[in-house]
Design a protein. Structure first.
Length: 304
């Protein structure tokens, strides 16, 4: 049985669709129009489900109803640091849940929280999926979070994770090709000019005092370096697309490429060439400060 292609979307919908002008979640009603920009969505890794756990998870199920036209079903991992919960929407019944680890459940280890495992017809083992949002205010907290993900890059694992990492990936290297000089083998990420931010924000995504080269404010990439070193593959790097994923009206355009889709080494060969995209649209700019990101996978390319 063929596993076929799967389209994955990462979306940080600011405050879960909160409309500041009217002080309600009416922006959530525009979610299907935004998701509809991507053809045949199978997985949505969704962040900032503000208040989605209140009133019997009313907002979560409202979002699920809105995305029901795409055949998507929701799973929510409650946040441990506030009301911005992480959700995973998957096409049902193509993706069948096997396990879902949440904080507070018996026998759940710290590095299992948030992971779901799905059985997908045509795959010989479960697909592990994680939607996440790392703290924007502290590189040390992001580094701790990265260490809890490392075992999901182990041989034999099919792991897919994506979301708002609030951190830049280390510069990506192209495969060596004889006609391309060495200096051009590096994809240079956009390095924000952190001095343009007000003092209260400059330390959020930069190296802390004592680690800054020559005292300069530079991006704190330690957490992402951990994920790269253990073998996770960044979809944007494979595509050679360094498009910034934060809208330019945020932080004076100093946001960087901080929304990522990552694969374990065994899943990485499934990425379809030319399928990675950062979506820039008027609707997206109006609804959220992050740009939607998508990629396609051909699961038939996963080695047994």
């Amino acid at each position: 049985m063929s596993a076929g292609e799967v389209t994955v979307v990462v979306l940080n919908l600011e405050d879960g669709g909160w409309d500041r002008q009217h002080e309600d979640h009416r922006n959530l009603d525009l979610l299907p129009e935004l998701i509809g920009h991507v053809p045949a969505v199978d997985v949505v890794l969704f962040q900032e489900g503000k208040h989605y756990g209140l009133r019997g998870q009313e907002l979560r199920y409202r979002a699920e109803t809105l995305l029901g036209r795409f055949g998507l079903r929701s799973f929510m991992t409650p946040s441990t640091i506030g009301q911005l919960h992480d959700l995973v929407f998957v096409r049902w019944p193509r993706f069948r849940p096997v396990t879902h680890y949440k904080a507070g459940l018996p026998d759940v280890f710290h590095d299992q929280i948030g992971w779901l495992h799905f059985q997908v017809e045509g795959l010989d083992r479960p697909l592990a999926v994680r939607s996440l949002q790392w703290p924007h205010w502290d590189g040390g907290a992001r580094l701790d979070a990265a260490q809890k993900l490392t075992r999901f890059a182990a041989p034999g694992r099919l792991s897919l994770l994506g979301g708002d990492f609030n951190a830049l990936w280390p510069d990506c290297r192209r495969p060596r090709q004889w006609w391309r000089p060495w200096p051009r083998r590096v994809h240079r990420e956009f390095e924000p000019n952190w001095e343009r931010l007000p003092p209260r924000k400059r330390t959020h995504k930069t190296l802390p005092p004592g680690l800054r080269p020559h005292g300069r404010l530079v991006s704190d990439r330690r957490a992402m370096q951990v994920l790269k070193e253990v073998g996770f593959v960044n979809a944007g790097c494979v595509a050679g697309d360094m498009t910034v994923t934060v809208n330019t009206n945020i932080d004076h355009g100093q946001g960087g490429r901080i929304d990522h889709i990552l694969f374990s080494p065994d899943l990485a060969p499934a990425q379809v060439a030319g399928s990675y995209r950062v979506w820039i649209s008027e609707l997206g700019t109006r609804l959220t400060n992050h740009r939607m990101v998508s990629v396609r996978l051909n699961l038939d390319q996963v080695a047994p």
